[in-house]
Design a protein around this ligand. Structure first.
Ligand code: SAM
Ligand code: SF4
Length: 327
């Protein structure tokens, strides 16, 4: 079925599912060194419960699903969830956002299970700095993961770089140059001063305009269509193999084209990343909710999507951090 839309007439077709709030990394801007207080095993939706929600959402018109976290590949048996979701009629785009540390070992299995594509978060191409940002990550592992994902056909592999002033903004051009000779689809994302990022410092924020100005001297950016209806605007440097995308949640919010709902690992539907409103699905699921009533709850979440966030004015979600929602 198609034609699902919210009360501002925005088509809604995308569900982001956080499968865990746990993570093997401790990116400075996302998680405190000691980690966060994590959910207990029982609090987290089981794969069958996630499947039930996704199936109800697909019957309403959702056709894109992304798995995120925490670190989705840190949850055991993710391939079996991918398989369950891949069998749902109506879902034709199944993807994952990962830090890439376990990707080299898991890419093949995920592809076989029905995953279509992968986004890898990578904020530095320098071994030492990568370690500083992630605290415990190994750049080599992530680069291997990217290559493996490409070779098993999880394409396009998109590389998401959160740009932070004084941390990695000196690598903007290096990332952009990577797209010239390699099939890299790099997306520059504005740092959002939310969650742990608030403590990290608002001064880290750097706008997409400034990022673009830093890239322009290496070549003119020609508009390019990469895919779908996400918030990124894509370009290509002359004769480049890959593409460059820009995502500007702060300077030029894309709420007017917001097409998504988020499901947290403990089974709350969030109409908006940056609002604390949530609708609980876990209790209804565990109390035998009917498919029709589950669909009504999904519809209620869609109907309660706000028109716009107010991040520029400093208004943001307070009850959860990015690693608990999944970005
Ligand atoms: N662990 C996975 C990963 O890192 O790709 C998935 C979850 S992570 C929370 C999803 C995305 O949120 C990552 O690309 C991360 O860089 C981004 N993120 C986290 N905090 C952010 C912030 N304050 N501003 C912008 N992006 C942020
Ligand atoms: Fe983990 Fe992703 Fe947050 Fe880094 S950005 S700490 S990898 S959840």
């Amino acid at each position: 079925m198609t034609g699902l839309s919210d009360s501002f007439n925005r088509p809604i077709n995308y569900l982001r599912i956080s499968v865990t709030d746990r993570c093997n990394l401790r990116c400075t801007y996302c998680m405190p060194l000691e980690g966060i207080e994590t959910l207990s095993h029982d609090d987290i939706l089981r794969y069958e419960e996630i499947h039930t929600v996704a199936k109800a959402a697909a019957e309403l018109g959702i056709n894109k699903v992304r798995l995120t976290g925490g670190e989705p590949l840190a949850r055991a048996g993710l391939g079996s969830l991918v398989r369950l979701l891949n069998d749902i009629e109506g879902i034709d785009d199944l993807s994952i956002t990962t830090n890439g540390m376990f990707l080299a070992q898991r890419a093949h299995e995920l592809k076989e299970a029905g995953l279509n594509r992968v986004n890898v978060s990578l904020d530095s191409l320098q071994t030492g700095k990568f370690k500083e940002i992630t605290r415990v990550g190994e750049l080599e592992e992530v680069l291997k993961g990217i290559e493996e994902a490409k070779s098993v056909g999880l394409n396009p592999v998109k590389i998401n770089m959160v740009v932070m002033r004084g941390i990695n903004d000196d690598e903007i051009v290096d990332f952009a140059r990577k797209t010239i000779h390699e099939d890299w689809h790099v997306r520059f994302i504005e740092f959002m001063p939310v969650g742990n990022g608030q403590q990290y410092g608002r001064e880290r924020y750097i706008s997409i305009n400034e990022i673009t100005e830093r890239i322009e001297p290496i070549g003119s950016l020609e508009p390019h269509k990469l895919d779908g209806n996400g918030p990124a605007k894509y370009y290509r440097l002359p004769d480049a193999k890959g593409t460059i995308g820009f995502i500007s949640p702060v300077s030029e919010h894309f709420c007017f084209q917001c097409n998504r709902l988020r499901l947290t690992a403990d089974g709350k539907l969030r109409p908006c990343l940056l609002s604390d409103d949530e609708i609980d699905l876990r209790n209804p699921l565990r109390n035998g909710v009917s498919v029709d009533d589950l669909k009504k709850l999904v519809k209620k979440a869609i109907d309660s999507k706000p028109e716009c966030h107010n991040l520029k004015m400093g208004t943001t979600a307070k009850n959860r951090s990015m690693c608990q929602i999944g970005g």
